[in-house]
Design a protein around this ligand. Structure first.
Ligand code: GTP
Ligand code: MG
Length: 182
C-alpha cells in the first residue's frame, strides 16, 4: 500500500517552540538560538500501527491575537498541532484564540487537533499547570501532550497522537473511551 499522505500545520504564539519541535522530530537536533519562522515545510515518513504515512509538516510564523487566520491553512490540512509554552500564560490565551478562529474558518464541528504544552524542562518558570492544559484539550475533544523540544521529551508522541486523531476523525479508530462490550 502506498504511504498515506498527511498534511499538518503547527500553529501557536511566537517563540513557543513550534520550529524546535519539528526540527527535533525530523532532524533530531535542538538549537538554542531563536530564529523566527516565515514559513517552512518538512516531510517525514512515519510508520504507526503497521501503516505507512508521509507526513508534511507546515511550520507557520507565530500568530498573535491580532492575526487573521491565514486562509491558506484552512484548506487541505488533515490536522493542527496547537502549541503553547508552559512558561507563558499569553501563549495559552493565544492557542484558544487560534482555536476559535480555526473552527470558524474550517466550519466543521470537529477538527483533529493536538494541544501541546512545550518547554517542560523550564519547570521553575511554569505558569500553566498540566491540569489546565488537560482541561482545555478535553473541552476541545483534542489530544494533549506536554513536551520538551530541548530534551526530546514526548516529541514523537505529538505526531503519533496527531495521526491517531486524524484516523479517529476518519472513523478508522475506536473512540478512546468507546466501550467494546456494551
Ligand atoms: P516563531 O517561529 O517565531 O513562531 O517561534 P517558534 O514557535 O517556532 O519557536 P522556536 O522553535 O523558534 O523557539 C523559540 C525559542 O525557544 C528558541 O530560543 C528555542 O531554543 C527555545 N525553545 C524551544 N523549545 C524549547 C524547549 O522545549 N525548552 C527550552 N528550554 N527552550 C525551548
Ligand atoms: Mg518557528
Amino acid at each position: 500500500m502506498p504511504a498515506k499522505q498527511r498534511k499538518i500545520a503547527m500553529m501557536g504564539y511566537r517563540s513557543v517552540g513550534k520550529s524546535s519541535l519539528i526540527i527535533q522530530f525530523v532532524e533530531g537536533q535542538f538549537v538554542d538560538s531563536y530564529d523566527p519562522t516565515i514559513e517552512s515545510t518538512f516531510t517525514k515518513p512515519i510508520r504507526l500501527n503497521s501503516t505507512d504515512y508521509e507526513v508534511k509538516l507546515v511550520d507557520t510564523a507565530g500568530q498573535d491575537e491580532y492575526s487573521i487566520f491565514p486562509a491558506q491553512y484552512s484548506m487541505d490540512f488533515h490536522g493542527y498541532v496547537l502549541v503553547y509554552s508552559i512558561t507563558s500564560s499569553k501563549s495559552f490565551q493565544i492557542v484558544q484564540i487560534i482555536y476559535d478562529k480555526l473552527l470558524d474558518i474550517v466550519g466543521k464541528v470537529h477538527v483533529p487537533i493536538v494541544l501541546v504544552g512545550n518547554k517542560t524542562d523550564l519547570h521553575t518558570e511554569r505558569k500553566i499547570s498540566t491540569e489546565e492544559g488537560k482541561r482545555l484539550a478535553e473541552k476541545w475533544k483534542a489530544a494533549f501532550v506536554e513536551t520538551s523540544a530541548k530534551q526530546n521529551e514526548s516529541v514523537s508522541d505529538v505526531f503519533d497522537e496527531m495521526l491517531s486523531e486524524i484516523e479517529r476523525a476518519d472513523g478508522n479508530l475506536q473512540e478512546k473511551t468507546a466501550c467494546v462490550v456494551c
